[in-house]
Design a protein around this ligand. Sequence first.
Ligand SMILES: *[C@@H]1O[C@@H](CO)[C@@H](O)[C@H](O)[C@H]1NC(C)=O
Ligand SMILES: *[C@@H]1O[C@H](CO)[C@@H](O)[C@H](O)[C@H]1NC(C)=O
Ligand SMILES: *[C@@H]1O[C@H](CO)[C@@H](O)[C@H](O)[C@H]1NC(C)=O
Ligand SMILES: *[C@@H]1O[C@H](CO)[C@@H](O)[C@H](O)[C@H]1NC(C)=O
Ligand SMILES: *[C@@H]1O[C@H](CO)[C@@H](O)[C@H](O)[C@H]1NC(C)=O
Ligand SMILES: *[C@@H]1O[C@H](CO)[C@@H](O)[C@H](O)[C@H]1NC(C)=O
Ligand SMILES: *[C@@H]1O[C@H](CO)[C@@H](O)[C@H](O)[C@H]1NC(C)=O
Length: 476
Amino acid sequence: MVTTRSALLVLALLRPSFGLVSRDGHTGRLPAMGWNSWNEYECAINETVFLMVGELLGSLGLKDLGYNYVNIDDCWSDKDKKRDNVTGKILPDYTKFPEGIKHTADEIHKLGLKLGIYSDAGSLTCGGFAGSLGHEELDAKTFAEWGIDYLKYDNCNVPDTSDDDYRWWPENWLGGPPAEDQTLGGDGEAKPVPAPAGYDWTTSKSFDRYKIMSDALLASNRTIEYSQCAWGHAHIEEWGNSIGHSWRMWGDIYPVWAGKVQWSWGLMPILNHASFFYNSSNFWGHADWDMLEVGNGNLTIEENRSHFALWAALKSPLIIGTPLDGIKPEILGILSNKDLIAFNQDPIFGAPAKPYKWGINPDLTWNQTHPAEYWSGKSSKGVHVFALNTLDTTQKKTIEFAEVPGLDAKTTYVVHDSWTGKKQGVFKKKYEARVKRHDTMAIRIVKEDGMFATSLHAELWGLVIIVLNAFADVCR
Ligand SMILES: *[C@@H]1O[C@@H](CO)[C@@H](O)[C@H](O)[C@H]1NC(C)=O
Ligand SMILES: *[C@@H]1O[C@H](CO)[C@@H](O)[C@H](O)[C@H]1NC(C)=O
Ligand SMILES: *[C@@H]1O[C@H](CO)[C@@H](O)[C@H](O)[C@H]1NC(C)=O
Ligand SMILES: *[C@@H]1O[C@H](CO)[C@@H](O)[C@H](O)[C@H]1NC(C)=O
Ligand SMILES: *[C@@H]1O[C@H](CO)[C@@H](O)[C@H](O)[C@H]1NC(C)=O
Ligand SMILES: *[C@@H]1O[C@H](CO)[C@@H](O)[C@H](O)[C@H]1NC(C)=O
Ligand SMILES: *[C@@H]1O[C@H](CO)[C@@H](O)[C@H](O)[C@H]1NC(C)=O
């Protein structure tokens, strides 16, 4: 029996006018999972690296968990020649990719995986290689011909003529909500004129630059997942969903807990922004809080765990950025956590976890060292709660069920620990556990009778999926 509530759910899941529904009915519906070369190799890449990563994704069991994209980042093309002077196509660097990119794609496809590539909505990439601005159609067609499955589209070297009239760069403020009046241009160029009230950011040049590539990809003869790396500029959270599958919300990530290293940011400043900007993610479109640093730098094991749990909870794309050869078992264990991946990839509930309480600071405080600590979200396996300890000592964290959306103080619940996969027992009113410095409690809560915490039945969910896929098939 389809109730009104269920019918509303179906409508909410379809969201046809909002998200970019892919022609194949599934690409980009859920957050992307895979591996990207930048955090580990930067420019020191070649075909051997990607084929090795492809093999390892399979042998380490990561492919079976859903990590299916092998993504080439910057520096893959010929830095001197840039483009073929007859066809205009970007030339691969044949010392790095001796048989060209199509050969790498073919080999990756043989492994049952997908190949991603990188370009830039400017004249040059961040590393000074050929950018796609003004060449979008040809480049999208070339990527499709090569068998590319994913495009990360960066935002460096934008010529003045393509610069926005108003500036909204979320990183350009420290401590408070992003200022509408942004005089602190990172490029040193002041933009003292704030956008008029109610300004429509789809009239910005950033929107144009990203939309032209979106159209070019859609016109190409291939489904290519579109990852817009525009660092949250020009309020991309208001429009990224309509033209792409994911959009970066902030500057580059760095493997430190808090603070900033050069132009890149630790985990807590990013989570602070995410504590406020979670509304635009759902099926077919995901706010991207940047690639995973799990396994890198000086993070402690608890910090590695928090990073993964929270990025999974935010429904950020889960793109591994650590070397897979010789990966430590504890790092592989974190990246392979089934409960957390299941939340990130849930086929029924598309919304990310949201903060329901800040904890250390009063609710809705902007704070780049102590952002929201208490988060929750629904999946088809129950209600998930994430409790982060931002302090430097072990803390007892109490989950008051009455505070968690969807739970109450009267019902008895079964609590599962997402880290161990074990049942913790049966609890009423609250659940408490000690959480180490910078660690995150991750639990999944269901009703005692074994029912999911929501009242919807599995059969109905199956129906929703079928309807959704049928709809997506006819949509494009
Ligand atoms: C967390 O990721 C980095 C963290 O791996 C690694 O350098 C670090 O070793 C790891 N921590 C632990 C304890 O394994
Ligand atoms: C490929 O790149 C890796 C990592 O930078 C390097 O160790 C290896 O020597 C390179 N191989 C070739 C054939 O260039
Ligand atoms: C075009 O490229 C070829 C090969 O790289 C080169 O030999 C030739 O001089 C170039 N022609 C022009 C007009 O730049
Ligand atoms: C699209 O690609 C398929 C194979 O991938 C090919 O058979 C078909 O001719 C192509 N169509 C166009 C319009 O290029
Ligand atoms: C997100 O949605 C909530 C609830 O509707 C609202 O209070 C909040 O202002 C929204 N945040 C942003 C950044 O739009
Ligand atoms: C990591 O620790 C080492 C040794 O203490 C230090 O030299 C390095 O700068 C640290 N790296 C980061 C990213 O903080
Ligand atoms: C962030 O919150 C912590 C904990 O309340 C506080 O000590 C710190 O001063 C705050 N930082 C800023 C910049 O307000």
